[in-house]
Design a protein around this ligand. Structure first.
Ligand SMILES: CC(C)(COP(=O)(O)OP(=O)(O)OC[C@H]1O[C@@H](n2cnc3c(N)ncnc32)[C@H](O)[C@@H]1OP(=O)(O)O)[C@@H](O)C(=O)NCCC(=O)NCCS
Length: 153
């Protein structure tokens, strides 16, 4: 379920449909600690399998991204909100998150959720509530380590 939509703020546009070159996406992901070292095949799968994938552009320059996994009814998980460090502090992160919050396909979703270790204050500033202590995860450390080793090597 993908809808064409473009948000514009100053020179930066947000797109849901624009084609993304994997090397550019990789360079953007490599700026975020948790996403660093993702292989091209992982990024291609992420692009293909995410329910919503938004990108932010300054002309032809990829400057941000965010994606959503959802059932379109009850839950939506926001992942990988990343703004190029050179473009941070200019409202692009807010544009990406608000584009998701107001996305027509997510209008009836009861709960939007996300994980963050260091950006609680950013999301709190945008009106998100802390949900500390209630989440649980099972991390596949072998897979995470393989990615980190590949990045280091
Ligand atoms: C977190 C991130 C996405 C924010 O994007 P950004 O484009 O720099 O943020 P914006 O300029 O859109 O900021 C929007 C608002 O949040 C505020 N804000 C930004 N970062 C903040 C922070 N760490 N703490 C509190 N407020 C913050 C801004 O002051 C701004 O306020 P205003 O709209 O009232 O003026 C960006 O810093 C980033 O990509 N960081 C690295 C990856 C990351 O950690 N992503 C979060 C994934 S959980």
């Amino acid at each position: 379920m993908v809808a064409q939509q473009i948000y514009v703020e100053g020179e930066v546009t947000i797109s849901e449909t624009r084609e993304v070159a994997i090397p550019k996406l990789r360079a953007l992901h490599d700026t975020a600690a948790w996403a660093r070292g993702r292989a091209a095949h992982q990024l291609r799968t992420i692009l293909r399998q995410s329910d919503i994938f938004l990108t932010a552009w300054d002309g032809d320059e990829l400057v941000g991204c965010a994606r959503v996994l959802t059932d379109y009814a009850v839950r939506a998980l926001i992942c990988d909100v990343i703004v190029d460090p050179a473009y941070q502090g200019q409202g692009i992160g807010r544009m990406l998150v608000e584009a998701i919050e107001t996305h027509p396909a997510l209008r009836d979703v009861e709960t939007l959720c996300l994980f963050t270790t260091q950006k609680h204050d950013f999301y709190a500033h945008l009106g998100w509530e802390d949900y500390a202590g209630d989440g649980m995860v099972l991390r596949r450390w072998d897979a995470i380590s393989r990615r980190q080793e590949n990045f280091a090597g």
